[in-house]
Design a binder for this molecule. Structure first.
Ligand code: HEM
Length: 531
């Protein structure tokens, strides 16, 4: 497909696009002749209630705001397409991965996590990298980040984690994510955060451009082929421009000079015709190899080192069209990890399981009820027909007499789908006692943090130490600083001493870590550019 060719999603949106070059009307289509003067009793008299235009105009304005996302509130998005390099039917039945002839329209939204909708782009934070594939078999959402691991292992801790990262509840200070007591308090008490904190204190957390950022699905997901055979899969997005970061001083200056820096860069590059591209790669693990690693595949605080399972490039994403309207599209887009298509399934990763509940739940509130999939940016290009009815802002006019499955009267009730394209949940044997415990296989919180540290170049380590000193150094509670330094000692003694020395904390005694000396090519590809 040529870059300028219109895809199915673009054509679908034609019906929703509104040009503003028509005469001014009310919402009911009545032409308006004066929108500067309200109707009043006498030139200096009170405004009349019967001025339906003034009332409508002000009322609509009063209702313009919707809740911002509880996390990832600030973002920027664009449309584009995804084309596989080759067919993957040996491992997945997903039609959009069946071969280079299938080009799938996408919408991608990049975001920061902690800041509010109006916050600056170049803060130290994780970046969201969420992709909606409008496939012929329904929407598939790959809702990832630019860091391949996560802070916590179980989604039930997500509200606690996010509360620790957000400004403190009594005075809404500080806005900066990493430089405050509550985050470091959480981190010190929850050693499972350590691997992710190493990434967060690295230059990965200040990407130069969304176009120069990796993306990761983070969890282990499952591919399922037409025969029902499952294969574990981790997803990787690799930017064709390479992975580049800002340096800290530069990032801070840009925050002041141009808070829209990353958003503007994405917009301008697409307007210039320099379309950002990423390669999608997968790490595949056969089911029988599930337990062959020294970590648990279901633990989202772990990567699969690329020296153990190489990344196989499977296709290319190109972003080539800016949205027409930020609110309608970028703000109202609703990604959800549970939006899957045949051939892609979940695993029992407890973080993923919680996400599969959380996104729909929050969107029911954020987007005003149960019909948000009808919003243009969310609407699948695949046909939708079911017995879901009514609700606020129902846009469909369902025809027919019935709206229940299993009827002999005919009408609105669709038949069950059959044959290919039907979603079948993977047949997985599950048994166990109902318990509130975490598997022992999730217990090692330090080895991969060490692995990450060992993989950094000297100057990357330098930046990381400076970041720990700056961010942890802003924490006022000495005991909290001390606890984090003690945890860092399990990652690397030298690192903990250097951080301690920079923030007035007693350096800890040396202890042997399990992984000193190992490094992983998976995490050593970062380069930082200046200017
Ligand atoms: C939003 C990624 C963990 C709840 C987002 C977004 C991304 C993302 C990219 C922004 C989507 C957009 O651009 O609209 C991730 C990743 C996670 C993770 C990669 C871990 C691997 C969690 C967990 C929960 C959660 C554990 C809850 C239990 C939410 C919520 C939103 C959100 C509520 C806002 C969604 C909306 O309002 O539309 N997440 N997240 N996330 N995430 Fe996560």
């Amino acid at each position: 497909m040529a870059a300028d060719e219109r895809d199915a999603k673009d054509r679908q949106l034609d019906g929703d696009r509104v040009d503003s070059d028509r005469p001014l009307t009310t919402d009911t289509g009545v032409k308006v002749g004066d929108t500067d003067n309200s109707l009043r009793a006498g030139a200096r008299g009170p405004t009349l209630l019967e001025d339906f235009h003034a009332r409508e105009k002000i009322t609509h304005f009063d209702h313009e705001r919707i809740p911002e996302r509880v996390v990832h509130a600030r973002g920027a998005g664009a449309y584009g397409h995804f084309r596989p390099y080759e067919g993957l039917s040996d491992v997945t039945a997903a039609h959009f991965l069946s071969g280079p002839d299938v080009v799938t329209p996408v919408f991608v939204r990049f975001s920061t996590v902690a800041g509010s909708r109006g916050s600056a782009d170049t803060v130290r934070d994780v970046r969201g990298f969420a992709t909606k594939f409008y496939t012929e078999e329904g929407n598939y959402d790959l809702v990832g980040n630019n860091i391949p691991v996560f802070f916590i292992q179980d989604g039930v801790k997500f509200p606690d984690f996010v509360h620790s990262v957000k400004p403190e509840p009594h005075n809404e200070i500080p806005q900066a994510q990493s430089a405050h007591d509550t985050l470091w308090d959480f981190v010190g008490l929850q050693p499972e955060t350590m691997h992710m904190m190493m990434w967060l204190m690295s230059d990965r957390a200040i990407p130069r451009s969304y176009r120069m950022m990796q993306g990761f699905g983070v969890h282990t997901f499952r591919f399922v082929n037409a025969e029902g055979r499952g294969t574990f899969v981790k997803f990787h997005w690799k930017p064709m421009l390479g992975t580049h970061s800002l340096v800290w001083d530069e990032a801070q200056r840009i925050q002041g000079n141009d808070p829209d820096y990353n958003r503007r860069d994405l917009w301008d590059s697409i307007e210039r015709g320099q379309f950002p591209e990423w390669e999608l790669g997968v790490q595949l693990v056969a089911e029988e190899d599930e337990h062959k690693f020294d970590f648990d595949l279901l633990d989202a605080t772990k990567i699969i080192p690329e020296e153990e399972v190489p990344v196989r490039p499977i296709g290319k994403l190109t972003l080539n069209r800016n949205p027409d309207n930020f609110f309608a599209e970028t703000e109202q887009v609703a990604f959800h990890t549970a939006n899957v298509v045949p051939g892609i399934d979940f695993t029992n990763d407890p973080l993923l399981q919680a996400r599969n509940f959380s996104y729909l739940d929050t969107q029911l509130l954020r987007l005003g009820g149960s019909n948000f999939q009808q919003i243009p940016v969310n609407r699948p290009v695949a046909p939708v027909s079911n017995n879901q009815r009514d609700g606020f802002a129902q846009h469909r006019v369902h025809r027919g007499r019935t709206s229940y499955f299993g009827n002999s009267l005919g009408g609105g009730c669709p038949a069950l789908g059959g044959g290919s394209g039907v979603y079948h949940h993977y047949t997985e044997k599950v048994e166990g006692d109902k318990v509130r415990v975490r598997s022992e296989s999730f217990a090692d919180h330090y080895s991969q943090a060490t692995l990450f540290y060992n993989s950094l170049a000297d100057w990357e380590r330098e930046h990381l130490v400076e970041a720990f000193r700056f961010e942890l150094g802003h924490c006022e509670e000495l005991e909290v600083r001390q606890r984090v330094v003690a945890n860092l000692n399990h990652v690397d003694h030298g690192l903990s001493v250097r951080v301690a020395e920079g923030i007035g904390v007693e350096p800890p005694e040396e202890e042997a870590g399990p992984n000193h000396g190992r490094s992983s090519p998976a995490v050593s590809q970062l380069s930082t550019t200046f200017g």
